[in-house]
Design a binder for this molecule. Structure first.
Ligand SMILES: O=c1ccn([C@@H]2O[C@H](COP(=O)(O)O)[C@@H](O)[C@H]2O)c(=O)[nH]1
Length: 299
């Protein structure tokens, strides 16, 4: 069944083509709240998020609220996130809820409904998922996303320095992608399983997360993304040290759509809306010069 809103990867491609590839992370850290003149409480994160959405709507393609920084304020914080998501929806901004969910299949069904069902007050256009109970355990989310025209981004090679200990380990992953059995890095196994999930559903519902910091070592990320058939979310620009040049090194091989994300660095240009937009324009300009692909990878 296909949703009336169309496939997520097509909607993402359209907005990235129009506004540029930058995704702005909405991460209401205490220091940023203070800078923007808000309290570190539920009302503060709501004002922060809604002001950011008002400033960015029509100027960037997609925002990525960091769910933990809303949840930390309890039910009021979750309500604040619902309102930020509703504002973004009304303003035509695509949303990626950075929730990093993952659990056994039966529980995964509830996480999927929370973030991807039309009727949920927390519904986003996409949600980030953790694959470490096995990519197959994420099936309820992939199915619901395909049904409702939404997407998921599965953590493959994350931007944090602790990641390689797990994600670069070699594993035997025949069951996650029966077409290419054999030893490979865990991160590549995640990518291959997502590629198989996309082929099975005939649409690029399962994107992956590959940190921008992969390029800071002067090397590419080392993953074969050519058969993914979906989008790549690339956090780590700015505060974590990655630059557009690092992205060119890591993603200059014609695989896309690549959506780089920056939170603290961009948000620290606020709260003045024009200054925030200027920072986005500058970064989108630098990213645009790289010619990162906007269309589906290897579809
Ligand atoms: O590999 C990953 C996956 C997710 N993130 C999230 O992105 C932002 C990054 O914030 P910055 O301020 O731009 O560093 C944050 O919400 C992370 O949880 C990531 O950084 N790396």
């Amino acid at each position: 069944m296909t949703s009336a809103r169309g496939a997520f990867v097509d909607r993402l491609t359209a907005v990235v083509t129009r506004h540029g590839p930058l995704c702005v992370g909405i991460d209401p850290h205490p220091g940023l709240l203070a800078r923007w003149g808000h309290e570190d409480d539920a009302a503060g994160v709501e004002r922060f998020g809604r002001e950011a959405v008002a400033a960015l709507a029509g100027h960037v393609a997609v925002i990525k609220p960091q769910v933990a920084l809303f949840e930390v304020h309890g039910s009021g914080g979750v309500r604040a996130l619902e309102r930020v998501l509703a504002d973004a929806r009304d303003a035509g901004l695509l949303t990626i809820a950075d929730a990093k969910r993952g659990d056994i299949g039966s529980t995964m069904t509830a996480y999927a409904r929370a973030w991807l069902a039309d009727t949920s007050p927390l519904a986003a256009d996409a949600v980030t998922l953790s694959p470490y109970l096995g990519v197959g355990s994420l099936t309820p989310a992939l199915d619901l996303a395909a049904q409702t025209g939404r997407g998921v981004f599965v953590l493959a090679r994350t931007s944090n320095p602790e990641a390689p200990a797990v994600q670069s380990a070699q594993s035997w992953t025949p069951l996650s992608d029966p077409t290419t059995p054999g030893m490979r890095e865990v991160a590549q196994g995640v990518v291959d399983a997502c590629a198989a999930a996309n082929r099975a559903r005939g649409t690029g519902v399962a994107g992956v997360v590959v940190g921008a910091t992969a390029g800071t070592t002067g090397q590419a990320h080392g993953l074969d993304l050519t058969r993914l058939g979906a989008a790549v979310l690339v956090p780590g620009l700015g505060a974590q040290g990655a630059t557009p040049d690092d992205l060119a090194r890591a993603f200059g091989d014609g695989t896309g759509p690549v959506v780089p994300s920056s939170s603290r660095e961009i948000l620290s240009a606020g709260p003045d809306p024009e200054a925030l937009r200027d920072a986005c324009r500058a970064l989108n300009g630098a990213l645009g010069d790289l010619g990162l692909p906007a269309g589906p990878i290897g579809a």
